[in-house]
Design a protein around this ligand. Sequence first.
Ligand code: SAM
Length: 248
Amino acid sequence: MSKPEIVKPESTKPKEQFVQSVFESIAPKYDMMNDLLSFRMHKTWRKFTMQKMNVQQGDSALDVCCGTCDWTISIAEASKTGSVYGLDFSPNMLSVGQTKIDRDGWQDNITLKQGNAMDLPFEDNTFDYATIGFGLRNVPDLEKTLREMQRVVKPGGMVVCLELSKPTWQPFKGIYYFYFQNLLPLMGRVVAKSYEQYKWLPDSLIAFPGREELAGIFRNIGLQQVQAYPLTGGIAALHIGIKEKQHV
Ligand SMILES: C[S@@+](CC[C@H](N)C(=O)[O-])C[C@H]1O[C@@H](n2cnc3c(N)ncnc32)[C@H](O)[C@@H]1O
């Protein structure tokens, strides 16, 4: 008798392939689910981040893992005349993003590219900003991604990461983890009709470094003046680092 074929569950596929398939499938509902699952808190976090970035007219930026381009568009609005790129490996996420860019009239300022966050298709020292929003958790090698972001910003330029994080204060931590690990995937199943995809969210946070640890990684790769801001009790965090002026 021949051996039965072993069907591997999705989560044992290589991370990159699995993550890509997740975002390909949830793309049409991503924005709606983002509002719902974060109780629209992501909008406040994005606003705070833009204040800290202080983008000036004409500044250039690369938004890595841009997805449906909320942050990409905010940067273009602040920069007005600068060129802004968005990069993502999911064609479906990019397609939703492009529709929003066209709708808002930013097609002359924003260029979308399909590509990998760990191997950015840009020259060294190109941008004033490299940003990554809720993307670093998803990449197989976060340090490589941050090094790539550092490579493509100009000396003195800013590497910015807005990401979910791990609250440290009990009992808030307990309530949060209960919501995140149990209720959130359930809401994903009921509203977006996909359980496995929304189960990925809490799973991806388990292996992700906490706020101080991530700040340490920013420093280790050579970023300067590193700042780490906890958001909403540490549910999310904003990390900012500056590329050294004499970076070689
Ligand atoms: C949670 S979404 C965030 C989208 C957007 N930045 C935002 O703030 O809403 C994560 C995005 O990262 C993309 N992504 C994950 N891993 C990637 C990689 N290795 N290279 C490029 N894009 C990646 C996914 O396709 C997805 O669009």
